[in-house]
Design a protein around this ligand. Structure first.
Ligand SMILES: [Zn+2]
Length: 143
């Protein structure tokens, strides 16, 4: 019976929304569910994208720097995330943002469609910083 349960779990385990090619359970799940913290700015960026895709709003707010959190209303985040179908994440470039840095930059394109089924590309240049040892999103410039 346990073998069957294991098999069923395996079949239903999904590839992570962040397009890493890894299973969700082995990828953004561990960050979104607080099992561990991202060690790079790119990991945080990817997990925030996945949080949008899965409507995990608390994670998006909690990983936004307190100094800029007010600029990103949770109502607007919820509406954007929930009304969109998140299709693909493409990391264009990263600069710094490794485990030994205090600042990091990630340029990405997020592909999504809106409630009217129109396709969009959100192209952003994001800045990340560390609070204590943990990466947080500071701000994003739309390219
Ligand atoms: Zn992922």
């Amino acid at each position: 019976m346990n073998r069957l349960k294991g098999l069923i779990k395996k079949i239903f385990m999904k590839v992570c929304a962040c397009c890493s090619g890894k299973m969700y359970e082995m990828c953004c799940h561990i960050f979104i569910n607080g099992i561990t913290y991202p060690t790079t700015a790119e990991q945080l960026m990817r997990s925030r994208y996945t949080a949008y895709a899965l409507c995990e709003f608390a994670y998006i707010i909690n990983t936004t720097h307190p100094s800029t959190r007010r600029q990103y209303s949770s109502k607007a985040i919820k509406e954007w995330a929930a009304s969109s179908v998140w299709k693909k994440l493409e990391i264009i470039s990263t600069n710094k943002g490794t485990s030994s840095d205090a600042i990091g930059y990630v340029e990405f394109k997020a592909y999504y469609s809106d409630s009217e089924d129109q396709n969009h590309i959100h192209h952003e240049f994001s800045t990340f910083k560390k609070i204590d040892a943990n990466w947080v999103f500071v701000e994003g410039k739309v390219c």
